[in-house]
Write a new protein. Structure first.
Length: 881
């Protein structure tokens, strides 16, 4: 293994900081080639640590000056190493002054201070989470050191007219030599990862929001000149988020100004820096010509997410990075609720569950599995994962369902009140929920500590004579790396019972008196439990795990006709889809095992979906989701010795069988939805109609390629990006005659629009064709692609590696080679991106022997390289372990 792997940091080694920093004054002389950062830190020793030296993290800094209480230190009074500046201090408090030089222009890691954009509009910005602040100035760069910041920026006025840092503005003016300055004071103590500055020639839009507490807040969005016209939707979303957090969770904003800045050069989605959020342009810009419906919804969700961090993350932050899910899981949950309240709850739930199954379950089933609260890491940036984010949100959702809406609100209020201005832990969170509700939640800690996806096995028995229905639930979690034995977890199983026409049946458990509820939570607290329902007049159809009430793999051999009853009648929209999905997975498994799905069950499935398609009362988005079967990655999840070609063929059989069985009604519905006059409307209802229309088009053309002219016509006439891309996707996957021309026409139409061209790259990267790998390799030379731009890399190489199992796993290993070469190349540029792409190899042991050997070889080839980044060394090391 490479020697660049850092030694792991362990949760059990946590110690409170020996030195605190109360106040920070920063002065920046900004210049892309060489920026000078002067820092003045007021530090205080913890009395219980009389011998501890002051250790400041420092990476890639050129130290120009170092003083303590005004006196320049002699060389023997400090140590300056590659990752730290250590000062021996005899006094209990001191003023530390440092001056360092850094080079934003050559910072392709995009951590710390770096430059974005090109030419005239090149501007400077920062990304500090998780450990980027140490690349700006020497500092105890850990989230439990909270300080008050005063920041002064100086820069050339013509090149950098806009200067921003966290907090409220506190003066500005001109300097000699065409330079100017601006000062900012952030009254809220914060950890260094929330620091941010921006300097550039950006354009701005402004709006205003009055909080429920009566504070008048100026709202700004800043973007490059060609993008500023696309920020209106984000501004609307911001105001909706601010109002929603007040109404739903009683949280108000706490500064006089709130800034958002858009950049095209960003490794992640966005960042919640205090009062100065920085966004990947992908999650901020939207207009009908250049954003899809999904794009609009993502802007809503991400603007909400970052804004909600102002409480869940900033006002209450994390004690250490092991607690990352404390802010991320909670904030994803809040974001999900926000979108659910404002758009479609059912659709958001389906999408979240699809992501959980595809990304989190597979992560949890391989060598990179880790608990929602990991207990060790060598590179924290590799833990911004589906487990910490999405599974973490599921844990919060379960707690909210157990406590009920009001109980959860009370608990969260308590959490914010108790921990305001502090760095908290998962225990603090559970304690607040417990106290406010007078319940015991300690069993839930196991969900945070234990990796792996529990399997929930359900079986049932109905006794007609006794009018009694027994539901037996059993749980099991397979071992994961470092956790050979698993304990039983509390699993809330929400159930309802129906008769075969969809009427509710009572839910009285044996021994209970009183009223029968319509839906209830069965708490499974042990390995296995049987729940006995009485007074059940007929054999019931059970609707289990309603709303996906726990992040488990449900194993339940429900009768196909019962699933059909649920698809037709369940009053939980999610479970209607869940039942349809279960049936399609069963058909897929049959096709994989024996070449063809069972004819009778196939008939049950297609008839159910035909009914859904014909039901004018059903949300078109839900129908579209029912028609879209799980992707190959999700279907293969849980299999061993995977043969990606066989998975592809079996999936295609099921998909084609559905399309053929429903060809006529699909075509009819497509026609009905085509007369829409709301091509530019972005309301959920208009989006839902487009979603269904595009699903119909795809199926119609799959059933009969003679219908492809419909796709060509839609492509030519489309008045929004959703319809244009939807049609293009159909043409490409059918390898239709006009597909090449359509691709070129699309690229010409959107030339110069990086975000749309990213989607164009992705569409080509996900085609399950044999020659896709060569095609993708060729596209890396396209002018719209740069290796230094993470959006480009994820759109092309990431989509190929993570969302095109057929082509990535091509039997000759060409897909693996291409991705491994890309990973190696990116590792010298942007290690975080390289490490994330390398996770495509993480599941190697689950494939058939040939693929397994080929993937293993690429991992070994990467491991053998010199000077791997710590990020990549960690992923490769854990994958091979
Ligand atoms: N806190 C950001 C969010 O809202 C993620 C930033 C992660 N950045 C990183 N380099 N690991 O989810
Ligand atoms: Zn977040």
């Amino acid at each position: 293994m490479s020697d660049s792997a850092k030694p792991p940091v362990l949760l059990c080694d946590y110690r409170a900081p020996a030195w605190r920093v109360t106040d920070v004054e920063l002065e920046f002389d900004l210049d892309p080639a060489a920026t000078i950062v002067a820092a003045r830190l007021a530090v205080e020793r913890d009395p219980s640590e009389p011998a501890a030296p002051l250790r400041l993290d420092a990476e890639q800094l050129e130290l120009l000056d170092l003083r303590v209480d005004g006196r320049r230190l002699a060389p023997e009074e400090y140590r300056f190493e590659t990752d730290a500046l250590t000062i021996l201090l005899a006094v209990p408090r001191a003023r530390i002054e440092t001056r360092v030089r850094i080079a934003p222009d050559t910072n392709t890691a995009l951590q710390g201070l770096y430059a974005s954009g090109g030419g005239q509009s090149r501007f400077l910005l920062t990304q500090c989470e998780a450990e980027g602040f140490r690349r700006i100035t020497p500092f105890p760069d850990r989230p439990d050191v909270l300080a008050r910041y005063t920041v002064t920026l100086r820069a050339d006025k013509a090149r950098f007219p806009l200067l921003l840092a966290n907090g409220n503005a506190d003066g500005a003016g001109d300097l000699d030599g065409g330079r100017h300055w601006a000062r900012f004071v952030d009254p809220h103590p914060k950890p260094s990862y929330l620091f941010a500055l921006v300097a550039g020639r950006l354009e701005s839009i402004e709006d205003c929001f009055v909080t429920a507490e009566g504070r008048r807040v100026r709202l700004f969005i800043h973007a490059e000149p060609d993008a500023i016209g696309r920020c209106g939707w984000a501004m609307q979303c911001l105001k909706m988020a601010m109002r929603w957090d007040e109404e739903r969770f009683g949280r108000c904003y706490d500064l006089d100004v709130f800034h958002i800045v858009a950049t095209h050069d960003f490794t992640m989605g966005a960042m919640e820096n205090k009062g100065l959020n920085v966004f990947n342009a992908k999650y901020l810009l939207a207009d009908p010509e250049r954003a899809t419906d999904d794009g609009y919804r993502h802007v809503l969700a991400v603007v909400g997410h970052e804004y909600f961090h102002n409480w869940s993350g900033n006002r209450v932050t994390c004690r250490d990075w092991f607690q990352l899910s404390l802010k991320e899981g909670l904030t994803v949950y809040r974001e999900q609720e926000f979108e659910s309240d404002l758009a479609s709850r059912t659709l958001r739930r389906i999408e979240d569950v699809r992501v959980l199954w595809r990304a989190q379950f597979s992560e949890d089933a391989g060598p990179l599995a880790h608990p929602v609260r990991p207990d060790r890491y060598s590179e924290i940036n590799n833990f911004y994962t589906a487990t910490v984010y999405e599974k973490g949100a599921e844990l919060v959702r379960m707690l909210a369902s157990v406590l009920g809406r009001d109980g959860f609100r009370r608990g969260l209020d308590r959490y914010f009140e108790r921990n305001d201005g502090r760095a908290a832990t998962v225990e603090d969170f559970l304690a607040a929920l417990e106290e406010a509700n007078d319940v015991r939640l300690s069993p839930w800690l196991a969900w945070y500590a234990q990796a792996g996806t529990p399997t929930l096995e359900a079986s049932e028995r109905y006794d007609a004579a006794a009018r009694c229905y027994e539901l037996t639930l059993a749980q099991h979690t397979a071992p994961t790396p470092g956790q050979p034995r698993k304990q039983a977890l509390p699993i809330p199983v929400v159930v309802a019972l129906f008769d075969e026409r969809g009427a509710r049946l009572p839910l009285r458990l044996d021994g209970e008196a009183g009223t029968a509820e319509r839906e209830r939570v069965l708490p499974l607290l042990t390995e296995r439990a049987t729940f006995r329902f009485v007074d059940v007049p007929v054999r019931p159809v059970a609707s289990l795990l309603r709303g996906y009430s726990a992040p488990v793999r449900l194993r339940w051999n429900a009768d196909a006709d019962d699933l059909a009853v649920q698809i037709r009648h369940d009053d939980d929209g999610f479970n209607r889809w869940f039942a349809a999905d279960a049936l399609s997975r069963r058909l897929f498994a049959q096709a994989l095992a024996s070449g063809a799905p069972d004819a009778r069950q196939l008939d049950v499935w297609t008839r159910s979906l035909a009914q859904a398609l014909a039901d004018p009362a059903l949300d078109p988005a839900l129908v579209a989701e029912m028609l879209s079967i799980a992707d190959a990655g999700s279907l293969a999840e849980g299999l061993v010795d995977i043969d990606p070609d066989a998975v592809h063929v079996a999936r295609a059989r099921v998909e084609t069988a559905l399309a053929q069985a429903l060809a006529a009604p699909l075509l009819a519905r497509y026609g009905e939805l085509s007369g829409a006059t709301d091509a530019q409307a972005v309301e959920p209802a208009a989006q839902a109609r487009r979603r269904l229309r595009n699903a119909c088009l795809a199926a119609v053309c799959r059933a009969d390629p003679a219908q492809l002219p419909l796709a060509a016509a839609q492509f030519a006439q489309a008045r929004n990006l959703t319809d244009r891309l939807g049609a293009l996707s159909v043409l490409l996957s059918a390898q239709a005659a006009g597909a090449e021309e359509a691709l070129d026409a699309f690229a010409a139409r959107h030339a110069g629009d990086a975000l749309v061209l990213d989607q164009w790259l992705t569409l080509q990267a996900v085609q399950p064709h044999d020659e896709t790998v060569e095609h993708v390799a060729a596209l890396t030379a396209h002018p719209a692609f740069r290796w230094t731009n993470p959006n480009n890399v994820y759109a092309l190489v990431g989509a190929f590696a993570l969302r095109n199992p057929r082509a990535f796993h091509r039997a000759d290993g060409a897909g693996y080679r291409f991705v491994a070469d890309a990973v190696a190349r990116l590792d010298t540029l942007t290690p975080q991106v390289s490490a994330r792409l390398a996770t495509a190899f993480g599941g190697w042991r689950r494939f058939e022997p040939l693929r397994r050997a080929l993937m293993h070889r690429e991992l070994q080839r990467l491991a053998a390289r010199d000077a791997l980044s710590p990020d990549l060394a960690d992923i490769v090391g854990r994958s091979l372990a």
